[in-house]
Structure formats: C-alpha cells, structure tokens
Design a protein around this ligand. Structure first.
Ligand SMILES: Cc1cc2nc3c(=O)[nH]c(=O)nc-3n(C[C@H](O)[C@H](O)[C@H](O)COP(=O)(O)OP(=O)(O)OC[C@H]3O[C@@H](n4cnc5c(N)ncnc54)[C@H](O)[C@@H]3O)c2cc1C
Length: 499
C-alpha cells in the first residue's frame, strides 16, 4: 500500500470490538484501516477445521438475535445479518446446569425462566422472582441496551456497579442447590466470588434469557462479513500486520508502525488489544506514568483449557443447548485455587452431523491458571517440546474422565482430540497470560477496574472486551461507546433502532 495514505481512523486488532468500530465509522463516511497481526481476522471469532469439523476458538453462542432485539438490530444496521448462519438453541433449555447427577434447564423469556426454575424449586418462588426482577431492572437501566444513545463518553448503567454477584445470590436464598443453579453458567464470566459485579452476571444472563443462538457456521462468518464491509466502504483490512509501536508527534499519535517496517498514518487511533499491551505501544512520556502504572497493575482473570473432540458417527446425540457441569454446589472461582482438584467442572457443547440428530464434534471448556503452563511460556506454537505434550495428555485424560460421567459413550466415541491451553490462547489472541476475558472487574473497587475508551492521548481510544464488559454483547456495546467519541451516538442509535 502507499505509505503516504492517511486514514481517518487506524484500528489495531481485528477482534469483534475493532471490527464493529471499523463498521460503524465506515458507515459514517470515515476511511478506516484495520491492522491484524494474524493471517486470519476475528481474534476470538476465529475458527479452525479438523477432519471436516469446524471448531470455534471463542464465541459460539450469542443472544438477543430475535427480531427487534438489541444485537439483531445492531447487526441489521451493519448489514451483516443475512451473512450469518444462526440456529436457535432450545427455548426450554438453552443452557442446562448440571450439579452432580441433577440437571436444570434455563428457559428463554424472563417469565418462562422463572416458571421453569420454580418447577424445580417450588418453595423458592420469592427468591426466583427477585432474581429475575433484578436482572430485568439492571438491563432496563443500561441506555445502550435499550436504544438510548446519550452516552457522552461515559459507561451507561453504572447502577449496582459495586454490588457483588455472589453476595446477591447468597442473600436471596439459603438453598445451596438453587444458588448453584443461578450462578451455574458462570464460566460465561469466570465468576469470582469476591469480585464479580452483579451487573455482569445480570446482563450476560439477560442477553441469553431474551433469546439464545448458535453461530452455526462458526464465528469466522461474522468476522468475515464485518471485514468485507470495511473494504467495500473503501477502507482496508490488513492481516500479518503486527503493530509494534505508535509513532507520536506533539502529544498525538500520528502513525502505527508494523513489525515489517510499514508505517500507517491516521488522524485517530483505536486499540482493540489489551490495555496493558496498548500502553507498551505508546512512546515513553506520552502518557502520564501514573495512568500507565494503574492500567498495568490491574489483575487479569483466569485462563482457559479447551478440549476439541471429533466423534464417531451416530454415537452421541447432538444437544441443542450448552451444558454447564459442576461436581457439587460450589460453582464459583473455578480452578483459581491451586489446591482445588482439576477439573471440578466444565462447559460443553456439540455440533450436529448434518441433520442426523447426532453430534460430529464436541467442545469442552474449563478454566486453567496460567502458572500451570508457566514453564513453557518462552516457547512458541508447535515448538513447546515433549514435556508440554505430556502435560496436555495428562490434562486431557483428567478432563475426559470427568466428562464421561455425563457421556460414558465417549470411551469409544472419540475419533481424535485437540487441545488449546492458556499458552495457545495467549499466542493466538495476544491476551495477557492467556486471560479469557481480560481485566477482572471488582465490585469492591469498580472505578479502578473499569476501563474507559478514552486514554490520556487525545487521539487514541481503546475498545474490546476490557472496555465495558466481555462477550459479544459487552464488546459490541463497548465498541459503540468507543465510537461515541468520534461520531454522534444518539443519531446512530436511532438508526440502529429503525434499521
Ligand atoms: C474460550 C472462549 C469462549 C467464549 N465464548 C463466547 C461465547 O460463546 N459468546 C460470547 O458472546 N462470548 C464468548 N467469549 C468472549 C468473547 O469471545 C470475547 O469477549 C470477544 O470476542 C473479545 O473481542 P475483542 O474485541 O476484545 O478482541 P479479541 O478477540 O481479543 O481480538 C484482538 C485481536 O487483536 C489482535 N492483535 C493483538 N495484538 C496485536 C498487535 N500488536 N497488532 C495487530 N493486531 C493485534 C489479535 O491477534 C486479535 O485478533 C468467549 C471467550 C473465550 C476465550
């Protein structure tokens, strides 16, 4: 490309946040360049293929995609709706929470959700109603989730920022089984009993309670559709474009410098990478050290271990839901404590073999601390040595042993298996110590652990899962917040509503 080109906006990273910003700003007539260090765009939307089966590395189910719902409207506005292959998960049980031998279905619709839970816990209707009502109120308080665009650069819906999710549930009921069910899908936010804020549990649950859908063609379809839009609008999406530095002049960023020596100029810059890594790109002295130190001192959430299985035909029924399993009623802080036996629980989903009703593959996700793989942290993908292979085998066997309690057929149904560890994750998405969802929000210290899109450099903004909250909903809303610093969000929200 012509190195003298000056873009309106240069975006570092092609995760969902970067791509949504690129789309919104392109639609507003800006010339945008997205720089991605990998050969594939999407970050956590990336998929890979083994033996004909497509596996997601991150996002596999999303919510609020029914007509008129918030994500549906945003994707409609961006013109990607028709390019996404979606399948609705079981309305009567999009998530199934399994505590030991027992199973509980989470149903779509606040009212149905409550009715279903009351059928398991008839004596707990007051607690269940309070839970559901609280979720509803918290959602209704967030302007962007309700098509209100008057954000003025601040995070809307700060209500109950400092209320703790675990404590809220404990306060609802003494029934330990119900407590575990209400927090049972907390792999969705790597629930930390001391820190996870209530608004996070509430809004992520509401997102799926409203409607829950599998991205049937894999997350890549969304990334590719968003990427195509940018190019069609005259922008550029560059892969193998690893940004190593921001060049600055007179207290502003003027260009992003790539590892290969290319220099991409722009008027404004958005970083879609981890805030701590963003700080590393900025020239020393440009930001106040106290700000840099604050960002760098923030704790990151736990990492993840994923087991991908291809399956023999016709052996394991496909499930149109996600299964969240815990050995017992303690579902919080999964694998944070080195003394907790690994694995204590997992999340699992299958992909269907055509329309046979049977699964062709299964993905099993559980938490893992980075220190488990620390000894190989200086190695790179495919070059980590025999001891790392032995570690993966040991962990695979341990996880499979637990999963077989739900699926004994796995003893003979597994065709092949693949694993990703915190190292894989760190190296493919560039998150600090492979953290699944990035900087950990802390209900007891909400201001310090919340990251705003604005930085101390006037023309450098941030986006992605560390702004607002993680996940498709949080990242999309966070991207709109980021864009509200460059365009009039009230007008855009009206357009989204009317799309
Ligand atoms: C295992 C797992 C399962 C998940 N499942 C779901 C789910 O089912 N539903 C859901 O809603 N959410 C899910 N999430 C959460 C969701 O995937 C993330 O919150 C979201 O995708 C993060 O998007 P992001 O914009 O922060 O960018 P990221 O996905 O973090 O992407 C950042 C991009 O920046 C690139 N990059 C980094 N450094 C540089 C550099 N120096 N130069 C250029 N490019 C760079 C990276 O290569 C990457 O492509 C899941 C997450 C994980 C880990």
């Amino acid at each position: 490309m012509n190195s003298s080109t000056n873009y309106d906006v240069v975006i570092v990273g092609s995760g969902l946040g970067g791509l949504i910003c690129a789309n919104v700003l392109s639609k507003q007539g800006m010339r945008v360049c997205v720089l991605e260090k990998h050969y594939q765009i999407g970050g956590n939307l990336q998929t890979f293929k083994r033996e004909g089966c497509v596996f997601d590395t991150g996002v596999h189910y999303i919510g609020c995609m029914d007509s008129g719902e918030i994500l549906h409207q945003v994707f409609k506005y961006l013109g990607v709706l028709n390019q996404m292959k979606l399948e609705r998960l079981d309305k009567e049980g999009f998530d199934v929470i399994s505590i030991g031998d027992k199973e509980y279905k989470l149903a779509n619709g606040y009212d149905n959700f409550a009715v279903a839970l009351k059928s398991y816990f008839p004596e707990e209707s007051v607690a269940i109603d309070k839970f559901v009502e609280t979720l509803r109120i918290i959602w209704d308080n967030v302007g962007l989730l309700n098509f209100r665009g008057n954000v003025k650069g601040v995070i809307p819906g700060v209500w109950q920022y400092n209320e703790n999710a675990h404590d809220f549930i404990e306060g609802l009921t003494d029934n330990e089984e119900l407590r575990a069910v209400l927090a049972g899908n907390n792999g969705l936010f790597t629930g930390n009993s001391a820190k996870t804020p209530l608004y996070m549990l509430a809004n992520i649950n509401s997102f799926y309670i409203k409607s829950a859908w599998r991205l049937a063609g894999g997350g890549t379809q969304l990334a590719e559709a968003l990427g195509r839009n940018v190019e069609q609008a005259g922008g550029k999406v560059m892969v193998n474009a690893n940004v190593v530095k921001f060049k600055s002049k007179e207290k502003l960023i003027e260009a992003a410098c790539l590892e290969n020596g290319e220099v991409i100029h722009g008027n404004s810059f958005i970083s879609n990478i981890h805030p701590s890594l963003t700080m590393d790109l900025v020239e020393p002295g440009l930001m106040r050290q106290v700000y840099v130190d604050r960002i760098k001192s923030l704790e990151n959430g736990i990492s993840v271990f994923t087991l991908y299985l291809t399956l023999e035909k016709g052996m394991i029924p496909h499930r149109n839901s996600n299964l969240y399993y815990s050995k017992d009623t303690w579902v919080w802080d999964l694998h944070k404590d080195p003394n907790q036996e690994w694995p204590h629980g997992f999340m699992l989903y299958t992909s269907q073999d055509g329309n046979t009703g049977f699964a062709e593959s299964m993905t099993i996700i559980t938490m893992m601390r980075f220190d488990e793989v620390e000894q190989w942290s200086d190695t790179t993908i495919e070059k980590r040595g025999e001891s790392y292979k032995a570690f993966k085998k040991e962990k695979t066997d341990a996880l499979l042993k637990l999963v077989k309690q739900k699926y004994p057929q796995l003893s003979t149904a597994v065709k092949s298996s693949f694993v990703s560890t915190p190292l894989t994750f760190r190296d493919y998405t560039g998150t600090v110590r492979g953290s699944m969802y990035g900087i950990e929000k802390d209900s007891s210290d909400p201001v310090r652990t919340s990251i705003l899109p604005n930085t101390k450099v006037k023309n450098l903004l941030m986006t992605g899962q560390n702004i607002n909250i993680h996940g498709t909903l949080g990242v999309t809303m966070g991207a709109l917040l980021t864009c509200s610093n460059l365009v009039d969000m009230e007008t855009i929200m009206d357009e989204i509503k009317e799309a």
